[in-house]
Design a protein around this ligand. Structure first.
Ligand code: ASP
Ligand code: MG
Length: 452
């Protein structure tokens, strides 16, 4: 069995859904289970409409619902024509849109939204997409069977970010998914949503369809999970900064997690953890280039000194200097306590005998924090810095990679340097305007075959 998840852009319209059907057709011998997102942009539109309705702008909210209705109806007629089966799907969709309109009216009367009602609304994106996709697959000659995610993806009642219940999910998969696959059918189910034991609809949080795919994959002990999206996979650097970055064909889970913290938006590693932990490989693939290799993510990939170069700007450094820190137990705890109290997450940390430097992603609550830190010593704030990271699980083992990185960065001013204990991430804090040139030089040093 394999789990194939199609993200929003891979099911955005009739043409995309047809491409998805061909991808599944090519995998029928592997027992595919299909998990789908909403048509691209639908979830955000529904959440925006809910906010509009609750703040008194019912007209705008209904207009959003109606625009979505048109879009879905267009997909239905392009994919299914208007025979009896198509009309039945269209009627079911229409009922769901009417329900959405009623929910919007209710919100406008109440004047506020609860997480529970937001889940009822935002989960509609997938509740609407899955039947259309399943019917389109059937029309394409695939033995697709729509499975109601609320009967499989059992969660607790934390609306908005419900916690999946793996044992209940595994039991439901044994009962509702596995027999279908054994009978040669292709289960198609909505990602992102689930339900409590009592049957109340929940969602797993934004971007949750990857999580759904990973949970189903873990429950059925799939041989692989495929995340179909609109990029070729993970790259050795951000293509907006570095010319011609290369496809990463195989990456370790922990490396992918490091890259995600730099905004590599392809997928969030936390969402695939349930599967990767069981040794199930996760592939990121491009539905617009189905023949591509994609990126394979596993717990263990061969260790390479450098897998990718990442970076981000707008970094703030906070430095605390204090003679009292010298051999004083509890000093670091006291400093980090300040950040914790102000709910600020610290990114990079370096220390010397008498100073601590940390980086922050933004300057929210910075004045308060600085005021509280002054209790411990002199506090300096430096804005406009940037972080560059050289990421690779084998980095710590390789003297030459480290030397190469240092040579490549050249004579730029280094404000902080840190090598993580696992040797997976060499992080350098530099001036913001050096970010792009330094990333380009590092990338060229490690990935341009002519110079490597
Ligand atoms: N449709 C949901 C969202 O946009 C879930 C997903 O696509 O992963 O957040
Ligand atoms: Mg997504």
């Amino acid at each position: 069995m394999i789990v194939c998840k199609f993200g929003g852009t891979s099911v955005a319209d009739a043409a995309a859904i047809r491409r998805a059907a061909e991808i599944i057709r090519g995998r029928l011998d592997r027992g595919p289970v299909v998990v789908v997102s909403a048509l691209a942009g639908t979830t955000s539109a529904l959440l925006a409409a809910a906010e509009q309705a609750a703040s008194g702008n019912l007209v705008a909210a209904i207009a959003t619902v109606e625009a979505s209705r048109d879009r879905h109806m267009t997909a239905v007629s392009e994919l299914l024509g208007d025979d009896a089966a198509a009309q039945e799907i269209a009627a079911d969709e229409s009922v769901m849109f009417d329900e959405l309109a009623h929910l919007m009216e209710a919100l406008s009367v109440l004047g506020h939204v609860t997480d529970r009602s937001l889940d009822a609304i935002s989960s509609m994106g997938e509740q609407l997409s899955a039947p259309v996709i399943s019917a389109a697959f059937a029309r394409a000659g695939i033995a697709a069977v729509l499975v109601d995610s609320r009967e499989v993806m059992i969660t607790d009642a934390q609306f908005g970010r419900a916690e999946p219940q793996p044992e209940a999910i595994a039991a439901a998969c044994r009962e509702r998914i596995v027999p279908l696959v054994r009978a040669g059918k292709v289960p198609v189910m909505a990602g992102y949503l689930g339900a409590t034991m009592q049957g109340v609809t929940t969602t797993l949080g934004r971007g949750g369809s990857d999580y759904s795919a990973s949970l189903i994959g873990a429950a059925v002990e799939a041989e692989a999970i495929e995340i179909w999206t609109d990029v070729d996979g993970m790259l050795t650097a951000d293509p907006r900064i570095v010319e011609n970055p290369k496809l990463i064909e195989h990456i370790r889970f922990d490396e992918a997690a490091e890259l995600a913290s730099f905004g590599a938006k392809v997928l969030h590693p936390n969402t695939i953890a349930p599967a990767v932990r069981l040794g199930i490989p996760v592939y990121v693939l491009n539905s617009l280039n189905a023949a591509g290799k994609g990126t394979k993510i596993t717990f263990d990939a061969p260790r390479m000194p450098v897998r990718a170069i990442a970076g981000k700007g707008n970094t703030v450094i906070v430095k605390v200097r204090s003679a009292r820190m010298l051999a004083a137990p509890g000093f670091l705890r006291a400093i980090f306590d300040v950040f914790e109290r102000n709910r600020i997450s610290v990114d990079v940390v370096t220390t010397s005998e008498v100073s601590v430097s940390v980086t922050l992603d933004d300057d929210k609550h910075l004045d308060t924090v600085v005021g509280q830190l002054r209790e411990f010593g002199d506090v300096g704030v430096e804005r406009g810095r940037a972080i560059v990271a050289v990421v690779g699980a084998g980095l710590g083992d390789s003297n030459s990679a480290m030397a190469k990185a240092m040579t490549a960065i050249g004579d730029v001013r280094l404000h902080m340097v840190s090598l993580s204990a696992t040797g997976i991430n060499l992080t350098l804090i530099i001036d913001g305007d050096e970010l792009k040139p330094v990333m380009r030089r590092l990338h060229a040093a490690f990935f341009d075959t002519e110079t490597a």
